[in-house]
Ligand binder design. Sequence first.
Ligand code: CO8
Length: 373
Amino acid sequence: MTRVVISGTGLFRPPHVISNAELVAAYNRYAELQNEQHAAAIAAGERQAMVPSSVEFIEKASGIKQRYVLEKDGPLDPTRMYPRFAPRADDELSLMAEIAVDAAQQALAAAGKTGADVDMVICAASNMQRAYPAMAIEIQQAIGAGGFGFDMNVACSSATFGLEQAVNAVKSGSAKCVLMVNPEITSAHIEWRDRDCHFIFGDVCTAVVVEAADTATAAQQWDVLGTRLATKFSNAIRNNFGFMNSCEDGDPDARDKKFRQEGRRVFKEVVPMAAAHIEAHLTALGHESTDVRRYWLHQANLGMNQLVLKKLVNREVGADIAPLILDEYANTASAGSIIAFHEHSADLASGDLGVICSFGAGYSIGSVVVRKR
Ligand code: CO8
């Protein structure tokens, strides 16, 4: 059986930062303007006044301190409250492909490869910029890759599900060197006018190179010992945006056309699922959860990750066992666990065991068990 390795990762970090203080100031000004505009209806009891957001709540409830975004003036303008992206002509590189190419070039450089070595491109993310042609095919052309490419979406688990497709393609011989990218432009599909979720997400793109061990030349390589995926239908995280919206004669800007969730329910339901999933995967590979040197977990909520780890190893663990990146990046959907791996894996020693794990909408859970070569 072909041994498969992760031989490079890359990270595109957008140029703009929005701090919690800036975010809350913009939201609270928006709420004030709304309350002024609807003062009569509020006084008549026909409408509820909007309540201010708070930095203290955001940091305590989520652990998020700031987020990177591709455009910050739009979301911080209380009369707009969403980003402003200039449309691009069909013959220009699309924004999603642009950030993917940036992360891809870094991952390829780390792997000691060029685009010409790649024969499969997977674009795995929680939203695609357009229906077709596939983003992956545009990225394939932009980096000069051969072979084929396709898009896939499993929301926050897109990257781990993408890694399984990459690993299986190399094992089966349908590809030799796979580039898997996760361009997450979350700022375009969160609802910045909703106090319950306006703080949750940030923009970013990650990239991973997966290849056969016998072609890998990178200084840092990770044997993929196994991948495991699971899904269970839930409406607790949902976005009804889609190509049929304009035929449904409803409001295309209605609240259900952007991200929404029952956050507390997600927290309660997903923590036990994720812990049991990781434990079963490790057991199937002949390992125990305490054998793992590092867990690179999905980055949605600090408390959630602490609870998953407590269930797994039966004690409180620090950042050395389970690094946190959501304080700086916020929730970056599928890219979160890959950012943690990218930024916090170089210090591990040969033979160290690690787990990359995502969990989110679907529900979906994906785990990738790796060992440093
Ligand atoms: N400021 C001040 N107070 C607030 C705010 C705010 N911004 N928001 C809510 N409150 C108040 C509420 O009104 C409530 O008040 P009261 O007690 O008087 O009713 C109180 O705070 C508590 O509210 P919650 O119960 O909602 O707060 P929680 O403690 O549960 O924290 C969290 C909310 C942080 C959202 C938390 O529930 C959480 O993180 N849950 C896990 C969520 C999760 O993991 N989701 C995964 C989503 S990501 C994913 O799957 C990918 C989807 C695709 C990507 C989409 C990209 C855009």
